[in-house]
Design a protein around this ligand. Structure first.
Ligand SMILES: [Zn+2]
Length: 494
């Protein structure tokens, strides 16, 4: 392998979270989008298949390592534990190295700025890095430390909570996200002037984080444009540089986005079809309460859990908690009229639950069979039959307009093989376009629900892979093939 760079010149990778082809096509004629327009008119950008579920957590590590989730160990943001509790999981780039470590090992100088999901600084002094989403940004470069201060950048803004709470409107959020994109691209441009890099990677997850709040709003384009045009400016800087000095641009997105009109309540379906049961206490207290549709008490409990009152509430004796519902119920007006009841894994009676959905709250949902991998298994030796039965029943579920609700149903055994890295889900079910899957809400009268603000948009399985100057046959159709393309560019297979 050649030192410092490929003889074809430097490789510049731009990562954008949750950017499918269709969004770029929709936005390309808007002001400030010329760099994308140019790439699209030259057919430089193609679809790329994500992981299952198509999510940031597993998809970026697959891009960086060429491995499937079963091998890099990150199936989602969480993994299931034997005790039925989800445990947070991070991509561990020290155990499963991203390809830039391989490049650095062979003498290629790398600039890596906020790679989504890689939160660890590398042990290479020829990699200048700012760590990525979702943790606070850290850097191993004195120059970038200085630049981060100058640009007021210490990580992507953590503003989802404020948007959800109504403290920040999406217009302001869009501006905040655009500003942090600009900070990073300016840091990258400064570094590219200071040093010669063989490989440069700058990644933005602001696109995804904003899209979740705006995709089904009429003005979605105007909310997205501030962020996309900032990325476009960086892309233009890079393509101008390539036109003058050589090299190649690679654009990568880990999955796509879509507008969501309804949510399908998967655990509600499992319960009403006899696969999942709730604890007696939960049922009595919250579901049967004076024959109401859904439980006011439960809705109030939910609000307490999420509010500043939680500390006080946790310390109360049980009888006081009951009284507290009534008091807090008046404070949280609206709670009593909720048609839906929110439940969590700890509300399920696992001694009477054969299968449950958990963790992924995405158009591709994960269902586990309650077998010997768990603490109180009730499915013994007949897993295959249950999976077949679920597949058959789920394939007959209809959407609100009478179409097939689940367009694809995958057997987890085939997708995860016999991975030892985590307790693999048994079924992956993909909702039809316009729908996402909800695993928390229950209702006696409906399997559907309007999406909350934060689910205005949700994922699709197609991300993108683009090259400039265009490579006719990139060989990249899926996230696991990006690494091979990059290594080949640097001559690793020659
Ligand atoms: Zn993502």
């Amino acid at each position: 392998m050649k030192k410092t760079s490929s003889k074809k010149g430097p490789l510049y990778m731009v990562g954008m979270d949750s950017v499918p082809l269709w969004v770029l096509e929709e936005l390309k004629d808007e002001k400030g989008m010329r760099p994308f327009r140019k790439l699209l008119s030259q057919n430089c950008i193609k679809n790329m298949e994500s992981t299952l579920p198509p999510m940031t957590g597993p998809a970026w590590p697959s891009i960086y390592t060429g491995l499937e989730p079963k091998d890099h160990g990150v199936p989602d943001f969480f993994v299931m534990k034997k005790s039925y509790t989800p445990d947070i999981v991070y991509y561990d780039s020290s155990k499963v190295p991203p390809f830039w470590k391989e490049l650095a090992h062979h003498g290629v100088r790398c600039l890596v700025i906020t790679p989504a999901t890689d939160i660890t600084l590398p042990d290479y002094d020829n990699i200048d890095m700012i760590t990525g989403f979702p943790l606070k940004a850290r850097t191993n470069s004195k120059d970038m430390e200085q630049l981060m201060k100058e640009h007021g950048f210490d990580g992507e803004p953590n503003i989802e909570k404020d948007i959800k709470a109504g403290k920040m409107d999406v217009e302001e959020a869009s501006g905040r996200f655009a500003k942090s994109v600009r900070a990073r691209s300016e840091i990258a441009i400064s570094m590219l002037k200071k040093k010669q890099y063989g490989f440069t990677y700058v990644c933005f997850t602001e696109t995804d984080r904003l899209q979740h709040f705006v995709m089904n709003k009429n003005k979605w384009k105007s909310y997205l444009l501030p962020v996309y045009t900032e990325i476009a400016k960086y892309i233009e800087h890079v393509t101008d540089k390539i036109d003058k000095e050589g090299g190649r641009l690679v654009i990568v997105s880990d999955h796509g986005t879509q507008s969501i009109s309804k949510k399908f309540l998967l655990n509600n379906w499992l319960m009403q079809n006899g696969y999942l049961d709730l604890k007696e206490k939960t049922k009595n207290e919250f579901l049967k309460e004076s024959g109401k549709e859904a439980s006011a008490g439960y809705a109030v409990r939910e609000k307490i859990m999420k509010s500043g009152l939680r500390g006080a509430y946790d310390k109360m004796p049980y009888h006081a908690k009951r009284a507290a519902y009534r008091v807090f119920g008046a404070v949280f007006s609206g709670a009593a009229s909720a048609k839906y009841t929110r439940m969590h894994l700890f509300d399920f009676d696992m001694k009477r639950t054969k299968a449950f959905a958990a963790i992924s709250n995405d158009p591709v949902a994960s269902i586990w069979v309650n077998d010997s991998r768990f603490a109180t298994p009730i499915v013994k030796g007949n897993r295959e039959r249950l999976v077949r039965e679920l597949k058959e029943k789920l394939s007959k579920v209809e959407s609100l307009d009478g179409k097939q609700m689940f367009v694809n149903i995958y057997d987890g055994k085939n997708y995860y093989k016999d991975t030892k890295k985590f307790i693999a889900s048994d079924l992956l079910v993909e909702a039809r376009e316009g729908y996402t899957v909800d695993i928390f809400n229950f209702s006696k009268s409906s399997m559907f629900m309007d999406p909350e603000d934060a689910k205005s948009g949700d994922h699709i399985r197609n991300g993108i892979f683009g090259t400039y100057p265009k490579v006719a046959d990139t060989g990249v159709d899926a996230v696991t093939e990006v690494k091979g393309f990059v290594l080949k560019y640097f001559g690793a297979y020659r």
